[in-house]
Design a binder for this molecule. Structure first.
Ligand code: 13P
Length: 228
């Protein structure tokens, strides 16, 4: 089983996302999707009913609360209204731009684990950590505070230096981290960072899936990645 996921980040409006989802779902069929799970993470204002035939929708972020006084946040009730039970936690953009440290990520993890969500938990090292050769220990430390045996966990390894840079990690670099993480957890280990329609099939041979940013914004490119 391979996981193919697209993270729209703060791109594609509600209208554009709807057009995209309808176009992609109608291009897919059971043969193409055989042994694959397809996920799309639109921005929260573009969330719609999670009832596509081949695509599962997920949230890029959510407050760890049912509802309440959390100005600017989306809470569990908002996701439940759309039957959404998949979430990204710990993306490096949340960690770095919105100061979500390991403690906050673990708190969110525990909250959504208790709600039985499918959790894509993102980890990945900076260029400095990579250069200091401490990346494997660093990845392990990012998983310390969460239950790596959780049955609905997917671990997304996304080296920060490979995100949005066009500089994807080599197959050797990805393979080393995937093997290391497989010793820590039985969860599927997927890779993200400048994945596109040209490199995805090789990456999928050595990992359990891909988390695609920019290349997922183009429905034809994302379709190509799924088809490969
Ligand atoms: P890019 O594919 O644009 O490098 O983004 C990867 C990513 O952050 C997916 O979550």
């Amino acid at each position: 089983m391979k996981v193919i996921a697209g993270n729209f980040k703060s791109n594609l409006t509600r209208n554009a996302s709807l057009q995209y989802l309808n176009a992609l779902d109608s291009k897919l069929d059971s043969r193409i999707c055989d042994n694959k799970q397809i996920y799309i993470f639109p921005s929260n204002t573009s969330l719609v009913q999670n009832n596509y035939k081949y695509i599962t929708l997920g949230a890029q972020n959510c407050n760890d609360s049912n509802s309440g006084a959390f100005t600017g946040e989306t809470s569990l009730l908002h996701l439940e209204e759309f039957d959404i039970d998949t979430i990204l936690i710990g993306h490096s953009e949340r960690r770095n731009l919105f100061f979500e440290n390991d403690d906050i990520c673990a708190r969110k993890f525990n909250y959504f684990k208790n709600k039985n969500f499918r959790i894509f938990y993102c980890i990945g090292e900076s260029l400095d950590v990579r250069k200091n050769n401490k990346y494997l220990q660093f990845l392990e430390s990012q998983l310390k505070a969460i239950d790596t045996n959780y049955k609905n966990l997917i671990i997304a390894y996304e080296p920060i230096w490979a995100i949005g840079t066009g500089l994807n990690a080599t197959l050797e670099q990805i393979g080393e981290c995937v093997r290391y993480l497989r010793d820590i957890s039985n969860a599927p280990i997927i890779y993200g960072g400048s994945v596109n329609e040209n490199n995805s099939s090789d990456i999928l041979k050595i990992s359990d899936g891909v988390l695609v940013g920019s290349a997922s914004l183009d429905v034809d490119k994302f379709y190509q990645i799924i088809k490969e």
